[in-house]
Design a protein around this ligand. Structure first.
Ligand code: SAM
Length: 232
């Protein structure tokens, strides 16, 4: 229950309440068990970009979603502008989470393929495609490198948005092998971004743009969006 004063101050009612239990056993991976105590199973969020595209997203609690929705709209707008996607383009959205970036790309692209390790996130991504009536997108659950290595189709543009650990040597090697003409790298960690860019730009790619986005105001964290172009 919200008091009248709280409502006047812009507070909103919680729509879902989950109990999360962290089960840690020696020698085993920590498990998180979640129980819905009240309300709807997925959380709901709507995002609107400057070009007018508006998408609705469902999010399960164990799936990743950018915590600052207003700045995330700017982040995705930046990624889309730098990607400069056209109807001829096949787009890979690697580390796609609930499908956000790929779904915003879909109406500009020929086809989009998204992959994420988290099965809850991919369940959301597939439902998000249906809810928003987007048909030219496909999602897979799995490790990025293993999943894309097995795909015959080659992308015109690769968008990556990895966790703080970055892409790593093996995935960069794979990206260098497939030679996508354009790449957009969304990063939440400048250190691993610099390491990966050094490998990608050694011979094959030119770093054209780096645009910081302040996703976490009043902290030292910074998100960066980079555009890389393949050297022919
Ligand atoms: C920074 S989030 C980006 C999600 C999404 N692009 C967004 O903006 O909401 C990174 C994502 O990478 C996924 N992930 C982490 N390691 C992975 C791996 N090895 N292969 C595929 N996905 C992975 C996580 O589950 C998480 O959804």
């Amino acid at each position: 229950m919200l008091t009248e004063e709280a409502e006047q101050n812009g507070f909103k009612k919680a729509t879902s309440v989950y109990l999360t239990q962290q089960v840690a056993r020696k020698g085993r991976r920590t498990e998180f068990k979640q129980t819905l105590l009240h309300g709807e199973k997925p959380l709901l969020e709507t995002m609107i970009l400057e070009d007018g595209s508006k998408l609705d997203f469902e999010i399960l609690p164990m799936a990743f979603f950018q915590p600052n929705t207003l700045q995330a709209e700017i982040l995705y707008e930046t990624a889309l502008q730098l990607g400069d996607i056209s109807k001829k383009d096949i787009v890979f959205d690697l580390f796609c989470g609930t499908g956000t970036i790929g779904l915003f790309c879909a109406h500009k692209a020929k086809r989009v393929f998204g992959v994420d390790l988290n099965k809850n996130a991919i369940e959301n991504a597939r439902n998000n495609a249906k809810t928003n009536n987007i048909k030219n997108i496909e999602f897979a659950v799995g490790d990025t490198l293993k999943t894309v290595s097995g795909r015959a189709e080659k992308p015109d543009i690769v968008i990556v948005d990895p966790p703080r650990a970055g892409l790593g040597e093996k995935l960069c090697e794979y990206l260098l092998k497939i030679k996508a003409p354009r790449m957009v790298y969304v990063s939440c960690n400048p250190t691993t971004l610099a390491r990966d860019l050094k490998q990608l730009c050694k011979e094959a790619y030119t770093l054209e743009t780096v645009q910081p986005v302040d996703m976490f105001p009043h902290t030292y964290h910074i998100e960066s969006v980079c555009k890389l172009v393949y050297n022919h």
